[in-house]
Write a protein that binds this ligand. Structure first.
Ligand code: AMP
Ligand code: MN
Ligand code: MN
Ligand code: MN
Length: 281
């Protein structure tokens, strides 16, 4: 029997809704065998996830790093990272500062449009975790500025909108090097979400591979079979290891639940082929 892998999920240490413990419990009830917690720019939830895992689910130390490539915001998942890596630890301090600086800029920009109390509001939602755009979306919904998260991104937070501040992020190349230095495998996250032409995606993949990136998510959440085929082709063209994940954030809001992404086609060299996982009993 093969394992069910979900190698891209979020907790409330970044912009997910569930605590790491609640996430692990839900993943277990969905029969996930191998789960990576990949919070945005933080590893704060990993110890709790491991403590909650028991024998039923194997936890992979993960992270989803924000970066910029040719003016675009690109996400790179790092899997099986050594959380004690000094390079990674100090890089994450920088990353947290970038996130905080960006959050302040987003708040200022939104307040300039006449929306009040944004900064205090998002801090409440993020508690001690990293502030992300979904926290702003929540504030905009709760203060009736918009009716949904989708509308918040469409009007205020999405690409090219007033709250889209991305110049703080490090270059793609740099975040890949952090992952490699921490002994992990760098995986291009949700390649279909960047709205790129095939030529652009292949340019990105060439730079990704040149910088030491080794994997690609050929399945992210629910996706059409045609997209999976296109991404398998890309994986083969660049000799990349395949990966898959739900990108689960919350039981509400239309996110795929842990372990509930589209099926991953078998027979391709996968990130987990290199891991020494306990055999399924
Ligand atoms: P950030 O990491 O702060 O740049 O925020 C990016 C996050 O916003 C993504 O990881 C998603 O969780 C969320 N997001 C992006 N676009 C949308 C959208 N159109 N609707 C809802 N959530 C979104
Ligand atoms: Mn997110
Ligand atoms: Mn992402
Ligand atoms: Mn994600």
């Amino acid at each position: 029997m093969s394992y069910l892998y979900d190698l891209h999920t979020h907790s409330d240490c970044s912009d997910g809704q569930l605590s790491p413990t609640e996430l692990v419990t839900l993943a277990k009830s969905n029969k996930v065998d191998v789960l990576a917690l990949t919070d945005h720019d933080t590893i704060a939830g990993l110890a709790e996830a491991k403590a909650a895992a028991g024998d039923d689910v194997h936890i992979i130390n993960g992270i989803e790093l924000s970066s910029v490539w040719n003016g675009r915001n690109i996400h790179v998942v790092g899997l099986n990272i050594n959380v004690e890596s000094e390079t990674l630890t100090s890089a994450l301090e920088e990353q947290a500062q970038s996130r905080l600086d960006r959050a302040k800029m987003i708040a200022e920009r939104l307040e300039k449009t006449g929306i009040k109390g944004v900064w205090e509001g998002v801090q409440c939602y993020a508690k001690d975790g990293n502030i992300g755009r979904p926290h702003f979306a929540q504030y905009l919904v709760d203060t009736d500025c918009v009716t949904s998260f989708a509308q918040a991104f469409k009007r205020y937070l999405g690409t090219g909108k007033i709250g889209d501040v991305k110049q703080q992020w490090p270059e793609l190349e740099k975040v890949i090097s952090w992952i490699n230095e921490a002994g992990g495998v760098a995986v291009l996250a949700h390649p279909d979400k960047y709205d790129m032409t095939r030529t652009k995606l292949y340019n990105l993949l060439q730079d990704f591979v040149d910088a030491g990136g080794r994997g690609i998510e050929i399945v992210s959440g629910k996706q059409e079979a045609g997209v999976t085929c296109k991404l398998i082709r890309a994986a083969l063209d660049f000799s990349l290891l395949v990966s898959c994940g739900s990108d689960f954030h919350s039981p509400e809001g239309g996110w795929q639940l842990p372990g509930k992404m589209s099926d991953i086609p078998q027979g391709y060299k996968a990130v987990w082929d290199e891991w020494d996982l306990p055999l399924k009993g």
